[in-house]
Write a new protein. Structure first.
Length: 465
C-alpha cells in the first residue's frame, strides 16, 4: 500500500513539474525579444522527466531488491548457534532457506504462531527493517523528485534545447523496451533449447521425432506396469495437424466470405453492425469455447452419429476442430477485410469501365490484388490454431492416438505440454523434459509458418499509388 501511495504522489509531482516547467518557459521570455528554442510544452516535459525518472528508477530498484536485502540483514542478525544443525555443522542452504521462509511467513502473518521464539524475534526484526526501509525510501524518492524538478526548472531558458532532450529520453526508452523484448525472446529460446538438449541426451532424437507410441510415464520400479516411457511424438503431431486442418476448413471459407461481403456488398450501416458483432467472437475466452465444445457440440455429434450408425467418440477431433474454427473466424475475417478494403477503388472503377460486373470485378481484380495479404492472414491463423490448448483439452481428450479419423479422440502438442507440467515436477526426468522438446518443435513449426506468411506478403504484395 505504501508503494502504491508513493507512486501516486510521484505521478502528481510529475504533473506539477510539467506545469511549472511550461509556466517557467513562458515567463522567461515574457519581457524579452528572444524566442524559445522549443515549444513551452517541451520545457514542461523536460522538467517532468527529471522529476519522475530518477525517482521511479530508485523506487523500481528498491522494490526489486527489497526482499533480498531485508532477508540478508535478518540472516546476519541471527546468532551463529541458530544456523547450526544437530550435528554441530552449519545448516545447508536449503535448510537456511526454509528457516528464512518461516521468518517471512511469520512476519507477514501467514503463520499464526511461530515454532520458536527465535523465529518470532527474527520476524519482528524483519518487520522493523521493512518499516524503516519504507520510510527511508519515501524520503529518498521524494527528495530525488523535488531535487530533479528544481534542477531542471532552474535550467529552463531560451537557449535550452528542451525538445532535443525530451526526444532523446523517449528514444532511449524505446530502445530499452525493444532490448527487453529481444532479450526476453532470446531467453525463451535458450531455455527451450538447453532443456531440450537434456531431454535428447536421455531419449534419441529419432525416437522422439519418428516414434509412433507416446507414453511418457517413467517406471519407478522394475516391476511397475503401465510405465513404458515411450516418447514417440508422431501421434501428437498428427493430432495437432488433424484438428488444425478441421479448424481451418471452417474458419477460412466462412471468414473469407464474410470479409468479402462486408467489404464489397454490405451497406455502411450493415457493416457497422455485422463487423463488431463478428469480432465479439475474438473476445470470448477460450475456456468458454471449451465448455461449449464439451457440453454442446461433442454430445450433439455423438448422438447424431448414433442416428446414422456411426461411432463418434464423446471427445473427438471433429468437435474440437469445429469449435476452434469458429473461434478463428474473426481472425481470418478481420485480416482479409482489411486487405480487401485496402485495394484502391481505381482498380474497381477501371474494371467497371471495361464492362465487368460486380462479381467479376471481385473475382478477377480485387481478390488477386488482395491474395498475398489473405494468404499471409491464413497462415497466421494456422499458427493460432496449432497453439490452441484449452479447447482441445476439454473437447478432444488426452489420448495420443495415431489416426486420421476425425470421429476419434486425439491430443495435441500443447495439451501434452500442459499435462506433463501439471503438479510438482522435478526437472531431471525425461517425462518432464519432454515438455520442453515438444515446445521447441512447436516453436519451430509456428516460426516457419510466420516466416512463410511474411515472405508471401513481401514477395507478392502490390504497391499502390
Amino acid at each position: 500500500m505504501q508503494s502504491f501511495t508513493l507512486i501516486l504522489v510521484l505521478l502528481v509531482l510529475t504533473v506539477v513539474g510539467f506545469r511549472l516547467g511550461r509556466g517557467r518557459a513562458v515567463s522567461v521570455v515574457g519581457g524579452e525579444t528572444r524566442k524559445l528554442h522549443s515549444l513551452p510544452s517541451y520545457y514542461g516535459m523536460y522538467v517532468a522527466l527529471w522529476c519522475g525518472i530518477p525517482a521511479f528508477i530508485m523506487l523500481g530498484l528498491w522494490l526489486a531488491f527489497q526482499d533480498t536485502i531485508l532477508t540478508q540483514l535478518t540472516l546476519a542478525s541471527l546468532p551463529d548457534t541458530a544456523l547450526m544443525g544437530p550435528d554441530g555443522e552449519r545448516m545447508s542452504d536449503s535448510r537456511i532457506g526454509l528457516l528464512l521462509n518461516d521468518i517471512r511467513n511469520t512476519a507477514q502473518g501467514n503463520i499464526a504462531s511461530a515454532s520458536s521464539e527465535l523465529v518470532r524475534d527474527a520476524a519482528a526484526y524483519y518487520n522493523s527493517l521493512k518499516a524503516t526501509g519504507g520510510w527511508l525510501l519515501t524520503v529518498v524518492v521524494l527528495a530525488l523528485a523535488v531535487g530533479g524538478a528544481g534542477w531542471a526548472w532552474k535550467r529552463v531558458s531560451p537557449e535550452l534545447r528542451a525538445r532535443n532532450g525530451v526526444e532523446m529520453a523517449v528514444k532511449v526508452f524505446m530502445v530499452i523496451c525493444s532490448t527487453i523484448a529481444i532479450f526476453t525472446t532470446i531467453g525463451i529460446i535458450l531455455s527451450l533449447l538447453f532443456e531440450s538438449l537434456r531431454f535428447f541426451s536421455m531419449v534419441p532424437v529419432t525416437d522422439f521425432l519418428f516414434g509412433t507410441h507416446w507414453s511418457p510415464q517413467i517406471s519407478l520400479r522394475t516391476d511397475q506396469v503401465g510405465s513404458s516411457g515411450s516418447f514417440g511424438a508422431i501421434p501428437l503431431f498428427a493430432g495437432t495437424f488433424l484438428i488444425s486442418a478441421i479448424a481451418m476448413s471452417v474458419a477460412v471459407p466462412i471468414g473469407l466470405l464474410s470479409a468479402i461481403y462486408m467489404a464489397e456488398y454490405a451497406p455502411r450501416k450493415v457493416r457497422g453492425i455485422v463487423k463488431p458483432v463478428l469480432e465479439i467472437l475474438a473476445g470470448i475466452p477460450t475456456v468458454v469455447y471449451g465448455f461449449f465444445a464439451a457440453l454442446t457440440v461433442a454430445p450433439f455429434f455423438r448422438d447424431s452419429g448414433q442416428l446414422f450408425g456411426l461411432s463418434i467418440s464423446s471427445e473427438s477431433a471433429l468437435a474440437a476442430g469445429l469449435v476452434m474454427g469458429i473461434m478463428i473466424i474473426p481472425f481470418v475475417s478481420s485480416l482479409s477485410d482489411d486487405v480487401i478494403t485496402a485495394v484502391p477503388n481505381a482498380m474497381r472503377e477501371g474494371s467497371y469501365g471495361l464492362g465487368a460486373t460486380h462479381s467479376e470485378t471481385i473475382k478477377r481484380v480485387v481478390l488477386p490484388a488482395a491474395l498475398p495479404g489473405i494468404v499471409g492472414g491464413v497462415l497466421l491463423a494456422v499458427s493460432r490454431a496449432i497453439g490452441e490448448t484449452m479447447i482441445v483439452v476439454m473437447a478432444a481428450g488426452l489420448a495420443a492416438n495415431l489416426t486420421a479419423n476425425p470421429f476419434e479422440a486425439v491430443t495435441t502438442v500443447t495439451v501434452q505440454i500442459v499435462t506433463l507440467l501439471v503438479g510438482d515436477q522435478e526437472f531431471d526426468s525425461p517425462k518432464t523434459l519432454a515438455a520442453f522438446a515438444l515446445g521447441l518443435v512447436l516453436f519451430l513449426i509456428t516460426l516457419c509458418l510466420n516466416v512463410i506468411a511474411l515472405h508471401v506478403v513481401r514477395k507478392y504484395r502490390e504497391q499502390y499509388e
